[in-house]
Design a protein around this ligand. Structure first.
Ligand code: HEC
Length: 113
């Protein structure tokens, strides 16, 4: 029981740091939960619909530009404050977008030749 308590305390103390250790899998869930997919596509591929969400992946913007935009945009996209999207969840979303592989080179697709 004492060991359990020690673990619980350790988890409580370490949790903020742990939340920042980015998880692409959790980020994908957050990308869906927070509705990013509605304008940017489920893979961050962008949208041709009127929502006009830009392509976010592969190769997302550098982290500073990415997080700065999400927090402070006042243009076509609504800003997401820390109250609704924590830094940890945003870092996970970024990890998810970074994990999306580049498409194959179009010249390597036999069917298109
Ligand atoms: C209501 C539609 C909508 C939703 C929801 C939305 N976006 Fe956007 N997003 C846009 C549009 C439109 C732009 C282009 C905006 C502009 O240039 O003013 C954009 C731009 C961006 C950019 C800048 C891309 C660049 O190359 O300049 C980032 C990063 C981004 N969105 C991330 C996100 C994330 C992360 C979420 C979810 C937390 C999200 N967006 C949710 C519509 C949306």
């Amino acid at each position: 029981m004492r060991l359990f308590h020690a673990c619980a305390i350790a988890l409580t103390v370490l949790a903020p740091g742990a939340a920042l250790a980015a998880s692409a899998e959790h980020g994908k869930a957050m990308f869906i939960l927070h509705g990013c997919w509605q304008c940017h596509g489920t893979q961050g591929q962008g949208s041709i619909a009127t929502s006009g969400g830009k392509r976010l992946a592969p190769n997302p913007l550098p982290w500073e530009a990415f997080s700065g935009f999400v927090r402070s945009t006042n243009r076509a996209m609504p800003p997401y404050s820390e109250k609704i999207l924590s830094d940890g969840d945003l870092a996970d979303i970024y990890a998810y977008l970074q994990s999306i592989p580049k498409p194959p080179d179009v010249n390597g697709i036999t069917l298109l030749k």
